[in-house]
Ligand binder design. Structure first.
Ligand code: ADP
Ligand code: GN1
Ligand code: MG
Length: 349
């Protein structure tokens, strides 16, 4: 082995870039330790991951894709042939070939990349729609259940174990004022207007790799949350993370705006990629989905701040509060611009 170094800026798992070398060539791998306080059932997760990655390879091969090894994650087998290794401390490790010749995008360079990002996550849902076998295990129960997230926030606020609520008064007030939003998806589910399918559930922009030359999306990463969900969870989270040019922890809230042209291209790509995957109600609720997922993530950041930053990795004091404030600013903006965003989506059909 030539070297190991921490890699990427995911908030959850421990990720390392491993370089191996023979006399004539070098190879790179991504080695990850699953965060088992977030993913409580790593074995069920790895069972999901094995089924998902193998199915993606079969489907892409059947579609005649040539550079298969770059187009979907593949698990590297351990010496005993299994997809993961448990260490003595209960840690669960897995390894993927590093996908070369790509770049991660934190802010979209323009509408072309927006279309590509939407198409990639739409495609992902389409490719997994016929996954054979039993339902995937829910790796994080209630992940996109905004009612559940509201109650968790509310409990964190009531307990206020670190006496931090006094630092977050405007954010708490805003979170409470938007409470009705939490019921958005539940109402569609209850009326039978949106049904579960296999979704990615963590569709932020940096979970995609773009080809360094063609600028097309090569591969969808971070498959730990792939499980049954609603199609719009994926669109909503993508729009939340990609329609705004400011980073997720932007401090200057006047920079936090959703761009209607980018939003429309994300939607056009997503609809095209998912094929006949979205019904009329889903198509009519793309803007609402972005609002709810933004709200829900704001609640999660705020709850984590109140509970002492136990879930999301932070890089400075107050980081999760800053992130919550930025999500809430984005939600306000998505609400103010709703008519404009709706018109931009209507114009694409
Ligand atoms: P987390 O759950 O912590 O977000 P990810 O699976 O998203 O972990 O990995 C973190 C980062 O590592 C990604 O954002 C990406 O930059 C990089 N990465 C992960 N897998 C690969 C891969 N196979 N090839 C290249 N880069 C990768
Ligand atoms: C986490 O794992 P990562 O960094 O790609 C989180 C997402 C959030 C995102 C916000 C398993 O994503 O739900 O939207 O941070 N993933 C998990 O940046 O909680
Ligand atoms: Mg990630």
């Amino acid at each position: 082995m030539r070297g190991v170094q921490p890699y990427g800026d995911g908030h959850i798992n421990a990720t390392f870039l491993v370089t191996t070398a023979t006399r004539t060539s070098e190879r790179r791998f991504i080695l990850q330790r699953i965060n088992t306080s977030v993913f409580r059932e790593p074995l069920a997760l790895m069972e999901n991951l094995g089924r998902i990655t193998r199915h993606l390879h079969l489907k892409l091969e059947a579609e005649g894709v040539v550079d298969l090894e770059r187009r979907a994650l593949r698990l590297v087998a351990a010496t005993d042939g299994s997809d993961f290794v448990m260490d003595g401390a209960g840690g669960c490790w897995r390894c993927f070939p590093f996908i070369e010749g790509t770049r991660e995008v934190s802010v979209l360079a323009g509408p072309h990349q927006a279309f590509e990002a939407g198409r990639a996550f739409g495609d992902f849902q389409r490719l997994l729609a016929d996954l054979p076998g039993p339902a995937l295990s829910p790796t994080i129960p209630h992940f996109h259940d905004a009612e559940f997230r509201f109650h968790a926030f509310s409990a964190a606020m009531d307990a206020d174990v670190l006496n931090r609520a006094c630092q977050a008064v405007p954010e708490i007030r805003f979170a409470l004022s938007q409470r009705d939003l939490a019921g958005f998806f539940g109402a569609f589910i209850q009326r039978g207007e949106m049904q579960a399918r296999i979704t990615h559930n963590d569709t932020k922009l940096n979970n995609l790799l773009f080809d360094a030359v063609t600028d097309q999306v090569v591969c969808v990463l971070d498959l730990d949350t792939v499980m049954p969900g609603l199609a719009l969870y994926d669109f909503g989270d993508l729009a939340r993370s990609a329609a705004c040019a400011a980073p997720e922890d932007e401090l200057r809230l006047d920079k936090v705006h959703a761009d209607p042209a980018i939003f429309a291209e994300l939607a056009r790509g997503f609809l095209q990629g998912s094929g006949a995957g979205l019904n009329g109600v889903e198509r009519d609720n793309l803007v609402g989905a972005a609002q709810v997922i933004t709200y829900s993530l704001g609640l999660r950041f705020l709850a984590d701040f109140l509970e002492g930053d136990r879930y999301f990795r932070i890089h400075r004091e107050g980081h999760n509060l800053d992130r919550a404030r930025t999500q809430f600013a984005l939600l306000r903006d998505l609400q103010e611009r709703e008519p404009e965003l709706r018109r931009s989506v209507e114009a694409i059909s």
